[in-house]
Structures are given as C-alpha cells and as structure tokens.
Design a binder for this molecule. Structure first.
Ligand SMILES: C[S@@+](CC[C@H](N)C(=O)[O-])C[C@H]1O[C@@H](n2cnc3c(N)ncnc32)[C@H](O)[C@@H]1O
Length: 264
C-alpha cells in the first residue's frame, strides 16, 4: 500500500491546533453547498441511545463533540484523540460540560470496556488508519449489543480540482497523480469495510461545494494540505496561482458519506 501522507505528516498537521484551525477556517470560508456535518451526524442514531453513553473518536478540536453535547445531552460523553494539542482546544470548547471527558488514545486500542458504549461517532478520521477495519473491530468491541456507530468520510477524488490547479500552476507537477488522502477509507469503500464487524443500517451522501474566492484564499488552504510537495511559501503560491484563478476564484467539490452501523 502506498504511504498515506496524512500519517507521515501527522505530527505536523495535528501536532498544533493552529494549522488545523487554519485549514478548517479556509475550507469553511469557501463552503457554498452542503449541510453542516455535525448537524447531519446528530440526526442519524437512535435518540434514546444518543442520550446515554457517547464517544466521539478522533474528536480533534471538539467542534462536533460540542454540537453533540448540546443536541443530545448524553449522560456520558467522551472525546478521544491522539493529539494532545487538539485535546487542549477541545477541553476549552466544552468548559461547562461537566459530563464531558477527553482522553488521549489511539483509536486502534480504545481505553473503554467491552460493551460499554451506546453511540460511537468517527468523523473524518478513519482514513488515517492504514487498516480501518481494525478500528471498526475496536468499535464493535466497545459498543453494547444494538449500539450504533456513525462513520463519516469523503470521496477519494475530493478536491481534485485543486490537484489540477496545483499541477497547472507548476507548484507540484505530480499533484494529480498522488494517491488520495482518503485512500484507505472513503465513500467508495466505507460500507464494505464497515460490514466486516458491524451491520450497515443507512448510508447518506451529500455533495459539498467550495468556492475559494481568489488566489490568496486557495493558497491558504493548499499550504495546510499534506498531499502536495510545495516548496514555495504562501505568498509565492498566491503569486503562482493568480494567473489561473484571477478574480473569479476556483471551485472544488467533495462528496461526504455518512454510514450508520450497528453492533449485531
Ligand atoms: C480531520 S480531524 C477530524 C476532527 C473531527 N472529528 C472533525 O470532524 O472535525 C482527524 C483527527 O483524527 C485524529 N487521529 C488521527 N489518527 C488517530 C489515531 N490513530 N487515534 C486517534 N485519533 C487519531 C487526529 O489527531 C485528528 O484530530
């Protein structure tokens, strides 16, 4: 299997919250179509289970965790992530939530008892696992019988318009040939991988569209993307993109896939 650049760049991308905040900020600022992901997640599981014991795996800076805390008000809520820096941000985001706990752990070995969880949420994180089915097996171990998992990922060809732009601008001539960041767990294989250990109950696909308004906006996002080999700094990238992007900007698309699965 080819190297997943998210994994090799893990320290750099998730080692501080600043880079992820910048990446998320640039992407959210570009979004022109697609429902907010935490909102869709909150509608999927059985409401009774969602009020009990909930774990947000790969919680990052805790924005989804905070939304679920508010919408579900579960008896117990835990956010789990490998990045200490992101967990610091997540804890800050939920100061009033006495019932929320944040734990640093690898999702391959969750510090949770067997059959102790009602709902597991894992949004945009399982493509970091070289073998996501091992993580799904771990979810199956922790879920109570009938417990549910909400798994969220993107299509493998997400943002390919940006790959084309980066190649055309001569910033990384191999950009269009590099493997997808979502190669191990994407819209096209999520159901197949999940069914090894859980029963898939529902799959929802939403098209998300992003419009980066100018070269500087596109450059801000591109500098945080571990996929490319960009030697230039943000200003030089902006200058290189300008003749191609001009004042009209650039549009990119991504399909977001939600799978609701259940422990048999
Ligand atoms: C793109 S962020 C997603 C954050 C959040 N779920 C969201 O939807 O906004 C991916 C997260 O997965 C975490 N992660 C990556 N590998 C992990 C692992 N082996 N165990 C636990 N968390 C991991 C990263 O630290 C990062 O916070």
């Amino acid at each position: 299997m080819s190297t997943n650049p998210f994994l090799s760049g893990q320290e750099e991308l998730y080692g501080t919250s600043r880079r992820l905040a910048r990446r998320t900020g640039a992407l959210h600022g570009a979004k022109i179509q697609g429902r907010p992901v935490p909102e869709v997640i909150s509608e999927l599981p059985d409401p009774e289970r969602a009020r009990a014991t909930v774990v947000d795996v790969g919680c990052g800076r805790g924005s989804t965790t905070a939304h679920l805390a508010q919408r579900w008000n579960p008896v117990l809520l835990a956010g789990i992530d490998l990045s200490h820096a992101l967990l610091v941000d997540a804890r800050r985001r939920l100061p009033q939530q006495a019932r929320a706990r944040f734990l640093r752990a690898d999702f391959h070995a969750l510090p949770l008892a067997e059959a102790s969880v009602d709902v597991v949420v894992a949004a945009f994180c399982l493509y970091h696992a070289p073998q996501p089915q091992r993580v799904i097996a771990e979810f199956a171990r922790c879920l109570r019988p009938g417990g549910q998992a909400v798994l969220v990922t993107k299509s493998a060809d997400s943002y390919r318009e940006l790959d084309e732009l980066v190649t055309a601008a001569g910033l990384d001539p191999h950009a269009t040939r590099r493997p997808s960041l979502y190669e191990t767990f994407h819209s096209g294989n999520v159901e197949h991988i999940t069914t090894h250990h859980l029963a898939v109950r529902k799959t929802v696909n939403h098209q998300h569209v992003f419009h980066f308004r100018d070269a500087a906006h596109a450059a801000r996002y591109l500098t945080t993307t571990p996929k490319y080999d960009l030697a230039a700094d943000e200003q030089a990238i902006t200058t290189a993109l300008h003749p191609l992007v001009g004042q009209s900007g650039v549009t990119a698309t991504s399909r977001v896939t939600y799978v609701l699965a259940e422990r048999r």
